[in-house]
Write a protein that binds this ligand. Structure first.
Ligand code: NAD
Length: 482
């Protein structure tokens, strides 16, 4: 699959990374001679953060090319994403140029923050091909994309756009009726307007306004949004009670409504000066990395509960391919996230254990000890493990773990994981683990179900002819490594 990105600035660069890291070939058209360098910087941040959201490896990256002619750039494209500056005349001219050369069945998405699709379609050669696909910065991490069709957009095109966006890990929100600035930016505008007034009236500095968000409601919004948060705020009496309590306040003069402070030189200087004082000690790239690391941490927390953006990651992860295995099952194939490395610049020892534990969990699924089995009251608990650290592993390495069953009988299961980097070329660690089957209700050891025992027996049989792994049975302090 091929995507063409027309306009490779802040947003276009993010789209490049989103498609490329999900295995698409990407061509770029942007007359800025510095575009390749800027996109390279965005890609470096994306490679560091996006794979960290997942416990499975993303597909191999596609090929990235830059083109001076629009015809070359859009040739054979399945998706064309326009992200040029927010001017309607410019967007019209660029869409005309794109449609002269693009395949007729390609989707032409516009990143516009404010224009309605009918405005973009007006005067176009093939209006039905144009749709608004409005993302959020950083496009490679934030899943939301507002998909806005107009009355003349065929529903088949909207559905195809939705499916493609889901396949690259995004959360398409179909906007049912076109409106200036779609949904999210209308909300953001309201907050931005109030923020400007609070600075302009000398009530708060830029930092105090940011604090009022990030220490409080900003944390709530990321996982429950506005209405679910308020439902909870209503207590046991719920939403109706909340509305009765706070509804009348909407009529009080708490907000400035549609008035906007004039952008005088004084106000612009005041805001820019306060912003420098607040954040000027960090470069934009440093701030982006800080933002990305925090987003990854928060999104991984949401992944655990499946809330909001975490649910999108889980659904996407389930579609990522699991590697084939020849002799031994591959139980982990994942990239080492930046958060797994420590002050020595390599993977922290606890993370070797975490990866081994993921391998054990995956092997348990393979023998039928999955979520349903656990819910029915059975599971395996680890009672002993021994890790050998053989090689350093750096951020971004793709880890592969294979699992060999050394023995399994009755309640016991004895596993040996080999952890590799460099496409399985270099052994970086081994982990030997003994597990016992448990009755989760009685909290006592017990025999596994017949189905699980049979499945395990099949692995034992297929692994029985293999030589015992080098390093199996070792204990701490042995001087001889052989
Ligand atoms: P930007 O200024 O960072 O990037 C615009 C890019 O378009 C530049 O690289 C520029 O060289 C290129 N460009 C200019 N003329 C061109 C042409 N004729 N052909 C090809 N490329 C051309 O702007 P941005 O912030 O990335 O915004 C782009 C679009 O995305 C706008 O429609 C904006 O509303 C929308 N958007 C922005 C944000 C945001 O937070 N910045 C969020 C969502 C959507």
């Amino acid at each position: 699959m091929k995507a063409t990105i027309v306009g490779g600035g802040v947003i276009g660069g993010g789209w490049v990374a989103r498609f490329l890291l999900n295995g698409w070939d990407v061509s770029v058209f942007d007359p800025d001679p510095d575009a390749a360098r800027k996109i390279g910087d965005v890609l470096a941040n994306a490679r560091r953060s996006l794979p960290s959201l997942y416990d499975r490896a993303l597909p191999p990256e596609g090929a990235l090319t830059f083109h001076e002619s629009m015809a070359d750039a859009v040739s054979g494209a399945n998706w064309i994403q326009e992200s040029v500056p927010e001017r309607l005349d410019l967007k019209h001219a660029i869409h005309k140029q794109i449609q002269e050369h693009a395949p007729h069945d390609a989707i032409l998405g516009s990143s516009t923050s404010g224009f309605k699709p009918s405005e973009l379609q007006d005067g176009a050669d093939r209006p039905a091909q144009v749709i608004v696909t409005h993302p959020f910065n950083p496009v490679y991490l934030l899943p939301l994309v507002e998909v806005v069709p107009s009355a003349l957009t065929p529903s088949a095109l909207t559905e195809r756009a939705r499916d493609i966006l889901i396949s690259i890990g995004m959360k398409p929100l179909i906007v049912r009726k076109e409106i200036d600035a779609h949904i999210a930016d209308r909300l953001l505008e309201a907050v931005w307007r109030e923020g400007l007034w609070l600075v302009s009236d000398g009530i708060a500095t830029t930092e105090e306004i940011d604090d009022s968000i990030r220490y409080g409601f900003g944390l709530r919004w990321a996982q429950m949004g506005l209405f679910e948060t308020y439902r909870v705020a209503g207590g046991e009496a719920g939403m109706k009670h909340f509305m009765a309590q706070f509804g009348p306040a909407l009529k009080w003069p708490w907000t400035k409504l549609m008035d906007v402070p004039e952008f005088t030189d004084e106000l612009v200087d005041l805001i820019a000066g306060q912003s420098d004082a607040q954040s000027g000690h960090m470069s934009i790239r440093e701030l982006e990395r800080l933002r990305d690391d925090n987003l990854v941490g928060m999104m991984r927390a949401l992944k655990k509960s499946g809330s909001g953006a975490g649910g999108t990651i889980n659904s996407h992860e389930a579609t990522l391919p699991t590697p084939d295995f020849v002799d031994l099952p591959v139980t982990v194939s994942r990239q080492v996230p930046q958060s797994w490395t420590d002050y020595n610049g390599h993977m922290n020892e606890a993370k070797y254990q975490e990866a081994s534990s993921q391998a054990t969990d995956r092997f348990m699924e393979m023998i039928g000890v999955d979520a349903t089995y656990v819910a029915s009251g059975g599971s395996y608990f680890t009672v002993e493990s021994h890790l050998r650290f053989l090689e350093e592993v750096k951020e971004g390495s793709v880890l592969k773990i294979t699992t060999q069953v050394l023995s399994a009988a009755g309640k016991k299961m004895h596993l040996f994981h080999r952890m590799y980097k460099d496409q399985g070329e270099t052994l970086v660690a081994t982990s030997e683990t003994l597990l016992l089957h448990m009755d989760l209700n009685a909290r006592k050891t017990s025999l596994p179900s017949r189905a699980v025992a049979d499945c395990l027996a099949a692995f034992v049989q297929s692994h029985s002819g293999m030589p015992p792994p080098e390093g199996a049975g070792r204990y701490v302090g042995q001087s001889d490594r052989s």
